[in-house]
Write a protein that binds this ligand. Structure first.
Ligand code: CTP
Ligand code: MG
Length: 232
């Protein structure tokens, strides 16, 4: 089923501390941004990519798209202060498209096409769906470093991207968030407030977000594993 994807790439990568957008760091010689874009470029179901970017990165990103032959980026839009603002700017660039739209962090280069396809199908049927994995750690709630309770783990999910919605639903959720000045850390939190149901598709633990420097070691290990398995 065809879909469009918004790939927010307009952050500054402060926690990575690389002195530049972390998406420009390379893994096996290829920028993180390109690793992520290649998954969608190669997916026949992906009908278009909208890329919210920081104005400072525009020239370099355009150069990389050309160098690596990424042709599906239909619009480069200027991102906003928060990730949510960047996604909203991307949504406004969708025009009259009425199908399923995905939002996927540019900083998650290990997403698999099979997960994307399961997600798109669920979102098409139910209106909204997100990729998540079961929480492995024991999670406790605390105030001032004093434990208040142990949260029952079997109902907990660690949420990733992509997150997929019918366009009309995601647009409605964003408009509501803007008018109520609500900032969420993912799209689902905006859709939940409509309210509208959101289904979970179980993904895998490799779909990490590159956030802090040690994530680069995990990323190298995942790439090595895939190479050994003949995947990438
Ligand atoms: N992002 C964005 N616009 C923003 C902030 C973030 O498009 N105003 C994007 C990032 O480029 C990234 C994704 O959203 O691909 C997830 O955000 P995060 O991992 O927090 O990246 P950064 O905001 O760049 O990193 P940091 O928070 O450490 O500065
Ligand atoms: Mg951030």
């Amino acid at each position: 089923m065809p879909y469009q994807v918004i790939i927010p790439a307009a952050g500054q990568g402060k926690r990575m501390g690389a002195g530049k957008n972390k998406l420009l760091l390379t893994l096996e010689g290829v920028p993180v941004l390109i690793h992520t874009l290649k998954v969608f470029e190669a997916d026949p179901e992906c009908a278009g990519i909208i890329l919210p970017i920081h104005p400072d990165d525009e020239a370099e990103f355009k150069r990389l798209l050309k160098e690596y032959g990424i042709h599906k980026v239909s619009s480069l839009v200027i991102g906003g202060k928060e990730r949510q603002d960047s996604v909203y700017n991307g949504l406004k660039a969708l025009g009259s498209f009425e199908g399923v739209v995905l939002v996927h962090d540019a900083a998650r280069p290990f997403i698999k096409a099979e997960t994307i396809h399961a997600l798109v199908e669920a979102a098409s049927n139910e209106g909204g769906a997100i990729v998540a994995v079961p929480v492995k750690d024991t999670i406790k709630k605390a105030v001032n470093s004093q434990v208040i309770e142990t949260v029952e783990r079997s109902s907990l999910w660690a949420v990733q991207t992509p997150q997929a919605f019918r366009v009309s639903i995601l647009l409605k959720a964003h408009n509501k968030a803007v008018s109520e000045q609500f900032i969420g850390t993912d799209e689902s939190s905006l859709v939940e407030r409509l309210p509208h149901q959101v289904a979970i598709i179980e993904g895998d633990y490799d779909n990490i977000k590159l956030t802090t420097p040690e994530d680069l070691y995990f990323a190298e290990a995942i790439l090595r594993k895939r190479k050994d398995a003949g995947m990438k």
